[in-house]
Design a protein around this ligand. Sequence first.
Ligand code: SAM
Length: 211
Amino acid sequence: MKELFELATQTKGFMPHEEGMALYQAAIDASNYCAGPMVEIGAYCGKSTIYIGAACDQVNSVLFSVDHHRGSEENQSGWEHHDPELVNPLTGRMDTLPTWRETIESAKLEHCVIAIVGESITVARNWSTPLSFLFIDGGHGEDPAWSDYRNWTPHIALNGILAIHDVFENSKDGGRPPYEIYVDALKSGSYQEISTQGSLRILKKTSHTER
Ligand SMILES: C[S@@+](CC[C@H](N)C(=O)[O-])C[C@H]1O[C@@H](n2cnc3c(N)ncnc32)[C@H](O)[C@@H]1O
């Protein structure tokens, strides 16, 4: 397990180790609360995938990792979080899938981590299995964040976990949409906050009354 977490710290991405460990623990806890596979929205190069995948390996669950692998707005050329090494030289487009795949192979997690390559909303609308754990870390703009929240959270089983990344109360620290969906989840009365680590918020679904 130590080697796995070491690999996670060396993997490109946007998940500080302490938050990754909190994500791992929340996924372990989720498996004790209810049945069902796990889903992450926003895989990038596989950093968060390792933490959740490690939990799935331990508790004999499965993680479906959803990403179109074309990068978010802020990953595109000219933006703050652009990495030219992740551009396919043949097409000139962002493609994080080869790196993600190498990460999961190196982590020896291919037996319990499945890539779903495509638009999050399309996958959500065709999804029907109740989830024990949902991690939202896809597009952070208003439209993608609210779309992930509205289309995926109804799939969380009762007592299942909703984890949201990059929740910043102060707009000086980061974009608002992840914070806004977190606030809406709490206001809905369907979720109870169970832990916080950095910008990661862990909520438990306590009722199905979606608004
Ligand atoms: C912030 S990064 C994820 C970081 C990752 N969780 C980590 O630990 O490093 C967001 C990812 O969401 C993906 N993404 C953004 N919008 C998406 C959408 N509409 N459908 C699928 N994936 C999307 C991007 O391709 C990008 O890889």
